[in-house]
Write a protein that binds this ligand. Structure first.
Ligand code: CTP
Length: 406
């Protein structure tokens, strides 16, 4: 998950923006000269760092001339004050864009390898990273590359492209770098989006709850927590102050303002109610267990040669409790259904008094890194086609922000 919370908070609307352009070895490197030129025309200061392989395709002098700044290629640059070019460079910019991002460089990013200036400053960065992959279609399709891309998405690194088309080698397929004008546009959109929910406080519940039956057994729901964690990350990126209340998951704690770990539905409700009066937006992604055992057994229940009956008690409906209280925050629910998706989701939206309900098929959603979502609100249905959960999360946050536009 991203570590760049403070960056997203800054409003740079009237400030000079600083981009570090990282160029790796690929024929598309020649196109990046146009990107450097476009960015330098606007209110952007461009620093360029090239790998040795990139210098085989285009010279540093080209970028020095276009950006008006020296181009860096050497980790051991003696001109850098304190000999720490990798730290200095990564601290002096607001965003890093790697274009083209070769398969080799993507592999290095995915595994934290730092063996040259660009890979080292990426590892040392405290700002967001955007990458524009470019490679031969077979390299793109290779499972190793796809695995590495999945790691990067999960780490909050944004990918722009690639697209399909004729490649430098003459083959046709996926792996062409997105055109420079679109990359410049992507940077602009990225800047706009990071202010979408500035000054808003968001609370998100995620993961399953676990209701103990005895000291070693329990009732739970299938939920990886990935969607809720992705939404927390997207909300941070949009400038919000984020509290994530999470049931037990195997995920790393994301960089949010406040993380509250809970186990049971009652604990989750207590954590939510503790902060809800100051919350602007409540997004209830957790797969809350609707029941718990009426009385937890203090000792491990022993196996006997007969069936066992457990008496279950209804748990609170956390979302409905929040949404139907006086002066509720803007409430968003998630409905994972196994049948009649839209009817069931719509019925829950009305019953729980939600301005926005997110409908998804349980078999698509649970445990997967991708999902298809349908957003249901007063204006109708908005389909977000199947995509990685982090991208869906960003679209959802964008949609939510439209409710707050003046
Ligand atoms: N939810 C909740 N507390 C519960 C049950 C659900 O906060 N005890 C929230 C979920 O986080 C989700 C929404 O309500 O945002 C819908 O959850 P779902 O389990 O689909 O709905 P239920 O109302 O429990 O309906 P059912 O299990 O009968 O499908």
């Amino acid at each position: 998950m991203t570590l760049h919370k403070t960056f997203f908070r800054q409003s740079l609307s009237n400030e000079k923006k600083r981009v570090l352009l990282g160029i790796t070895g690929g024929i598309a490197a020649y196109k990046v000269a146009e990107l450097a030129h476009t960015l330098s025309q606007g209110v952007v200061t461009v620093q360029t760092v090239m790998t040795q392989a990139a210098c085989q395709f285009i010279t540093p002098l080209t970028f020095q001339s276009l950006t008006g700044n020296p181009v860096h290629t050497d980790l051991w640059e003696s001109s850098a004050s304190n000999f720490m070019a990798h730290i200095n460079l990564s601290r002096e910019v607001d965003v890093i864009m790697i274009a083209p991002a070769s398969a080799d460089f993507i592999a290095k990013l995915a595994h934290g390898i730092a063996d040259d200036l660009l890979s080292t400053l990426c590892l040392a960065r405290n700002c967001p990273l955007l990458i524009a992959p470019a490679m031969n279609r077979q390299m793109w399709e290779n499972p190793a590359t796809q695995r590495n891309l999945a790691i990067l998405r999960n780490d909050g690194i944004r990918m722009i492209g690639p697209v399909s088309g004729i490649q430098a080698c003459g083959e046709v397929g996926m792996g062409r770098m997105v055109e420079p004008a679109e990359l410049a546009e992507a940077i602009t959109v990225f800047w706009q989006n990071r202010c979408l929910l500035i000054n808003k406080k968001i609370m998100i519940t995620a993961g399953p709850t676990f209701e103990a039956i005895d000291p070693v057994r329990g009732l739970t729901n299938k939920s990886s927590g990935k969607m809720g964690y992705a939404i927390a990350q997207a909300a941070v990126e949009a400038g919000a102050s984020v509290t994530l209340v999470s049931g037990p998951t195997g995920l790393a704690m994301p960089a949010v303002d406040k993380f509250v770990a809970v186990i049971s539905a009652n604990e989750m409700l207590a954590a939510v109610q503790h902060e809800i009066p100051s919350v602007d937006i409540f997004i209830s992604v957790a797969a809350v267990s609707d029941y718990r055992v009426a009385a937890m057994n203090a000792q491990k229940i022993k196996r006997n040669n007969h069936n066992l009956t457990l008496e279950l008690t209804l748990n609170p409906d956390i979302l409905m409790t929040v949404a139907t209280a006086p002066n509720p925050p803007f409430c968003v629910g998630f409905a994972a259904e196994t049948e009649n998706l839209l009817e069931n989701a719509q019925a829950k939206r009305i019953k729980k008094k939600l301005p926005l309900m997110v409908a998804n098929w349980a078999h698509n959603a649970i445990g997967s890194d991708e999902n298809e979502l349908i957003l249901l609100d007063d204006t109708g249905e908005h389909v977000l086609p199947r995509a990685p959960k982090i991208e869906q999360a960003r679209h959802l946050i964008e949609h939510i922000s439209t409710f707050f536009k003046q």
